[in-house]
Design a protein. Structure first.
Length: 342
């Protein structure tokens, strides 16, 4: 794919008022989600659930792309249409998760490095033939008083950049996802410091490995207090610290920042994104690439029952619409209540 096509795809993924659905849960993660509603995680149930999401009427007004799992990109809708083809027909860009997960980092107790580079060139070629036009690779970093180490920070940055280079060579837009995990009791200032170090390493490696930044997207954490912290930063403080961090480290050539929800409640993830966009315009589009924060209400409504499909689709559509509003700073909590009483 020529560079301008990579640029166009990256820009399409952060089109105004839209964001990305992360439907790339690994087998173990989707099993946990299904266990929570008492549904067995069989291939057919997973296919049926994703079909419900992908066939939701009108959701393309708020969803620009969907990240698929290896199993899902090979599956089809109930009418036999392959999922990538179904998404394309709605103007939604199909994508693919390509890493093989975070594994213990050698000689670094309690830290991880993401694996999956071996054989990635061939896999990207196959995914491209199956319809994928963008990909995702997630690195994770824990916050403690002495973590992440410089070793962990740079090992993951190097792997993210190698992945990005292989994607661009294959004509696929890489979403670069360095996720600083917000579990713990850390302050918002500590989260800012760690996220800054991580982003500095990532963009140093992307530059050194010749990545065309206009053909990439960044999928980071927001800068939050630890989930177990006694005094947690409010919505406006989160917006302030997060923007300060990204203005310092993310080049303006990057078309968009698609935040992950990372354990936030559905409404918190929307409110934080909204507060940041209210302070715009920014050099990059500020969007979303949410998994659980888009899907949780749909999953609860569905419960694995065919008669609940419509209710589940309404729940998913509502969350997509709320986040679409947050893209322009037009979201208000009252909009949630209106939906309940509608």
């Amino acid at each position: 794919m020529p560079a301008n096509e990579l640029h166009e795809t990256a820009r399409a993924l952060v089109a105004e008022g839209k964001g990305i659905l992360a439907a790339d849960e690994s087998d173990s993660t989707i099993k946990k989600r299904f266990d929570s509603i008492g549904v067995e995680s069989t291939e057919e149930n997973r296919r049926g659930y994703r079909d419900l999401l992908f066939t939701t009427d009108g959701v393309q007004d708020y969803i620009s792309g969907v990240i698929l799992f290896d199993e899902t990109i090979r599956q089809s809708s109930a009418d036999g249409t392959p999922f990538p083809e179904l998404l394309e027909s709605k103007g939604i860009v199909p994508g693919i998760k390509v890493d093989s997960g975070a594994k213990p980092l050698a000689l670094a107790d309690g830290e991880t490095v993401t694996e999956g580079l071996d054989g990635l060139r061939g896999r990207l070629e196959e995914y491209r033939s199956l319809g994928a036009r963008f990909a995702k690779w997630r690195a994770t970093y824990s916050i403690t008083n002495d973590k992440p180490s410089e070793y962990c920070t740079w090992a993951n940055a190097h792997a993210l950049a190698r992945y990005a280079a292989l994607c661009q060579e294959a004509g696929i837009v890489p979403i670069v996802e360095p996720e600083v995990l917000m579990d713990g009791t850390h302050t918002v200032e500590r989260a800012y410091h760690v996220t800054s170090r991580v982003l500095n390493a990532v963009y140093t490696e992307l530059f050194d490995q010749r990545i065309d930044l206009e053909g990439t997207l960044l999928k980071p954490n927001m800068v939050l207090s630890g989930y177990e912290a006694s005094d947690r930063a409010g919505v406006e403080d989160v917006a302030e610290w997060t923007l300060r961090c990204f203005y310092k480290h993310v080049p303006a050539a990057v078309p968009g920042i698609v935040f992950l929800s990372g354990g936030q409640s559905d409404e918190d993830a929307t409110a934080h994104l909204n507060a940041m966009n209210k302070r715009g315009p920014h050099p990059w589009q500020l969007s979303f690439s949410y998994g659980r924060a888009l899907q949780a209400p749909a999953l609860k409504a569905w419960l694995g029952k065919p008669e609940n499909v419509e209710a589940a689709q309404r729940a998913y559509y509502h969350r997509a619409k709320m986040n679409g509003a947050a893209r322009t700073g037009m979201y208000a909590p009252e909009m949630e209540r209106e939906a309940v009483t509608a």
